[in-house]
Write a protein that binds this ligand. Structure first.
Ligand code: FE
Ligand code: ZN
Ligand code: FE
Length: 172
């Protein structure tokens, strides 16, 4: 594959984010299962459903372009999710683990925000208004997911994690 045009780059990055979304879809049920806070579990579950819709949007864009998602693997998301998986294996205080899950999930959202921000800009420049609209919708969902995670962290999870270490006394 050669990047000789912005269109080439657009298609390559679409394939990359498609792979990222597919990987996220596999990871989110584990996040739901491991969240202790019900609000956090609901946030992960509702973002999982949203992510299914994001995959459908990408498929619509591929169809419109006459391209296929192919087999490209998003190595960046693979790495981000591998770090998230490490948290799932940890034992410890529920609130601290919830804080860690939020931190990991926000890394995912920020990665996606970067990807969709670039993609929407390219679509606009290329005059692909329908794709730009769809990519903009997903971008706003990722931003909202990120903001909700911040709200949950700042609205109690981080404080609970902070007092967990106080409760455990001399434990490391
Ligand atoms: Fe997404
Ligand atoms: Zn990637
Ligand atoms: Fe997301």
């Amino acid at each position: 594959m050669a990047l000789t045009s912005l269109q080439d780059l657009f298609v390559e990055e679409l394939k990359d984010v498609y792979s990222a979304e597919k990987q996220i879809l596999k990871a989110l049920p584990k996040m739901v299962k491991n969240a202790s806070s019900p609000e956090l579990g609901h946030a992960f579950e509702s973002h999982r459903k949203q992510t299914e819709g994001q995959v459908v949007r990408l498929e619509a864009i591929f169809q419109e372009l006459g391209e296929s998602p192919g087999r490209k693997k998003c190595k960046g998301m693979e790495g981000v999710l591998a770090e998230g998986e490490e948290i799932l294996k940890e034992e410890g205080d529920e609130a601290v683990i919830d804080a860690a899950l939020i931190s990991a999930a926000q890394r995912v959202e920020h990665y996606e925000i970067a990807a969709y921000g670039c993609l929407r800009t390219y679509a606009t420049l290329l005059g692909q208004t329908k794709a730009a609209t769809l990519l903009g919708q997903t971008l706003r969902e990722e931003e909202a997911a990120d903001q909700l995670l911040s709200k949950l962290a700042e609205g109690g999870v981080n404080e609970a994690a902070l007092s967990a270490s106080e409760d455990s006394g001399d434990e490391e």
